[in-house]
Write a protein that binds this ligand. Structure first.
Ligand SMILES: [Zn+2]
Length: 94
């Protein structure tokens, strides 16, 4: 695991953070954070401990629970709103 991924993992231990918040702390772009998160989520070290609080539509409250990708959708499937609260991530400690 790269140092960067290790840092992100440490940040997420029992803290809910969005990719934007992680990007601000680590100093990399949000897009890169999502790439690292995808690797972290699949890694054996955090298997079963990686939790996603799904993205939510600000306008109708729809939760994007069934989304496979970690990135939020561009717009709501239900009301077409583009105002989406991004998902938050956490790694549960044992
Ligand atoms: Zn909506």
């Amino acid at each position: 695991m790269s140092t960067l991924r290790q840092s992100i993992t440490t940040l997420l231990l029992d803290h809910d953070l969005s990719a934007r918040e992680i990007s601000q702390v680590i100093g990399i772009r949000e897009k890169e954070v999502y790439e690292h998160l995808a690797h972290i989520a699949r890694s054996a070290a955090v298997k079963g401990k990686f939790k996603v609080q799904p993205a939510v539509c600000r306008d109708c409250g729809f939760e994007f629970k069934k989304r496979d990708r970690l990135t939020p959708p561009g717009r709501c499937f239900q009301c077409r709103s583009e105002s989406i609260i991004p998902p938050r991530f956490r790694i549960k400690e044992v």
